[in-house]
Design a binder for this molecule. Structure first.
Ligand SMILES: [Fe+2]
Length: 118
């Protein structure tokens, strides 16, 4: 498995194609937002540009939304970012792999709990 931790979607896609056929899966992390491009690449590597975060999505990438908005508006009464504490969503993927080749047979996006639409 390759976990590409980065901001840029094009970089993550390029790395997905680079490892296609030699890795069971390539997934992105860091943006905290799950992407809808879940698929198996041409040579058998499961792929998703970002698998999202596990946390409260009624937030700004997991942080308290009121404080985060104030920070973006340059308000003087903000404090250091702190986590939102509402219902959490478990976000990720499940990959079924071929035991002989190590390549992916199936990839399923996992979204459980919270307020994201499946
Ligand atoms: Fe990160």
């Amino acid at each position: 498995m390759v976990d590409f931790h980065g901001e840029i979607t094009s970089e993550k896609m390029a790395i997905g194609h680079f490892f296609d056929g030699s890795s069971t899966g390539v997934v992105g992390t860091h943006t905290h937002v799950p992407t809808a491009d879940t698929r198996i690449l041409e040579k058998g590597t499961a792929y998703q540009t970002d698998i999202g975060m596990c946390g409260d999505y009624n937030s700004v990438i997991g942080m308290n939304k009121e404080n985060s908005v104030k920070k973006f508006l340059k308000s003087k009464d903000t404090i250091k970012h702190f986590p939102a504490e509402g219902e959490a969503t478990l976000s990720g993927i499940i990959i079924e792999a071929d035991h002989e080749t190590g390549l992916a047979k199936k990839i399923t996006r996992l979204i459980e709990g919270g307020n994201l639409i499946k």
